[in-house]
Structure formats: C-alpha cells, structure tokens
Design a protein around this ligand. Sequence first.
Ligand code: ADP
Ligand code: MG
Length: 348
Amino acid sequence: MSEASRIRVLDPRLANQIAAGEVVERPASVVKEIVENAIDAGGRRIEIELESGGTRLIRVRDDGCGIGETDLPLALSRHATSKIASLDDLEDVASLGFRGEALASISAVSRLELISNAADDPSGGWRVVAEGREMAPRVTPAPHPRGTSVLVRDLFFNTPARRKFLRTEKTEFGHVEEAFRRLALSRFDITWLLRHNQKVVHQLPAAADDQRGHERRIAALLGKRFIDESLHLDIEASGLRLWGWVGLPTHSRAQADQQYFFVNGRVVRDRLVAHAIRQAYRDVLFHGRHPVFVLYLELDPRVVDVNVHPTKHEVRFRDGRLVHDFLFSSLHRALAEVRPNHQGAADG
Ligand code: ADP
Ligand code: MG
C-alpha cells in the first residue's frame, strides 16, 4: 500500500453515528429534539409516550403541519431542513430547529419510524422506517390524522459504547421529565400529555394567555409553593423585555434546580445570565443558597446568536453588557421592594 491512501471518507452511516454523539446523549435529548420539531410544525397538542425511561420506546405525536410523501425521506437526511434556506434566514431564525441534523442523528442510533400526513384527509399519510440508518428509506402508505408521529425504539441498539452510559429507567425518566418541564414552560398555549409505562405523568391543558393561566401551569409543573413564594415581574427597556417569576429570598434552595431561563422561547444556560441573576440576589440570599426562577427574555432575534452549539443550549448576545445590566437591574429592583419583609429567612 502506498502512503497516499491512509485517509478515507467515512461512510455516511458511521459519520451520522459519530455526529449523533453531539445531540443524542440519552432519551431526554431525543424527546427534546422531536418535541421541538412538533412545536416548529405548529402543533397545538403534543403527546409524549415512553417505555422504560425512553430506552425502549419514545413516541411523540403532534397535530402540526405534517410532512408530505416526497419530503419524508428527506426529513431523515443530514443537513435537510425546511426551516432556513440562507444565511440571512439564520440571522433572525424564529424556529427552534434549523440545522437539519436531529432526525438524521437519531435514526443513526435507533430504530426510527416516522408517520405523517400533511393533508386533512385522515386516510392519507405515509410511513418511513429507518433502522440504524438504512440509506434508502422506503415510504409506504399509512393512515394518520393531520400531523406527525415519531417513534424511536431501542435507542443505541447499535452503539453499545453509548448504551453503557444509560442509567436506570428511573434516572432516565427523570431527565425526560426535566426536558418536558422546560418544553411545557416554553409554550403555555400547547396542550401537553406525558405518559410513562402507560401511566399519565403530566396532563396539561392549554393555558389561558394571562398571568393566572400561566401560574396554573407553573404550579402544575413546579408545585404551588413556587408560585406562592415568588414575585411576578414584567419589565421592558431598550428593546428588551423580561417577564416571569422569581422566588422570594425565603424560597431559596440548596440546589440550583427550579431555574428556568428562556431567550425568545428557547431554554438556555448562559454564564452571563447566571451571573446577572446571582448578583441581583447577592445581598438577599445566604451563601450557598440558590434562587428559583422562571424567566423569559425577549429581544430582537438578530442581536442574539443561537447557533453556538448543536444542542442550542448556549447563546451569544451581541451586546452582552446591555443584557447583563438589564437583567441585574430589573431583578435587583424587584427584590429590593420586598426585602424588608423577607430578608434573612431561609428554608427548603
Ligand atoms: P431541523 O429541525 O433542524 O430542521 P430535523 O432533523 O429535526 O432538523 O428535522 C428535519 C425536517 O423534518 C424539519 O426541517 C421538518 O421539515 C421535518 N419535520 C421533522 N419533524 C416534523 C414534525 N413533527 N412535523 C412536521 N415536520 C417535521
Ligand atoms: Mg429539529
């Protein structure tokens, strides 16, 4: 063999399996990706069903726009998306997805079935199956109401190294439930159902689009105490809007759980955001305690870059200083108003 032939192009199946590592860590990441697709499709009712913590089966059903017959195999191809067509679109992307990778990645490491109908005729509909990424998926007729069902069976059946990292059914379901909370907090107007091993875990009707409706949803997901012991705020300045609920200092926690921050409807974990919030609570929380919050930041999509990481949990603000100061001053002021009555006490 000559020295020139040591480099080869990976076959697409292996390439997809490797890439899957970035977005598909466990059942919860599959649920996140598939549900985000259901949201992007305009679904108003989304049902999630799991078996064995999602390792055996994840089924997500939506009543969104559906996928047409010719688009079905494309939906499974890498870098195939209906959501953006140009760099300009990426600049102000409003959908949760845009990379065209999730279904390709998931289908590379599971037995994936997609049944969808883009028309109103319920006898219409098409099915495509991909087991560990057969490269030429076959499309066959299958009745389905308008919308889409995605079934993911036997996650990591063909990648034992990844399967080994799965934890117990209970732990995996815990992660799924956390992903579910984030999704259900991101869209109050959607009706949600989460079932695990045939049991209904969460059933959430679409909430009225007002503070009471929102609070009812939050109480269902995080407990009534979260609402009873938090402040509602809604502040706008310099093209930024921050609204939501922040826990009173008396309702701090030993762990940094119950912290939800959304940027234009997308849940994020961001150091700059975390720092601003910590600073705002600095004088009212004991050392080592963590505040609870469900906060929504809304701003022009062109001043925030969401294409930082494949999971899109990170963002980059064009003017980080402005965002930081706005968050800090909004929260600091809101907390200052309650301080006299609540300072000092801690529990939980
Ligand atoms: P992305 O969401 O980044 O576009 P995905 O791999 O998640 O990439 O999905 C690929 C494409 O499949 C989407 O762009 C969309 O056109 C289609 N699709 C996936 N899920 C659904 C769904 N539930 N309803 C309608 N279309 C869907
Ligand atoms: Mg997607």
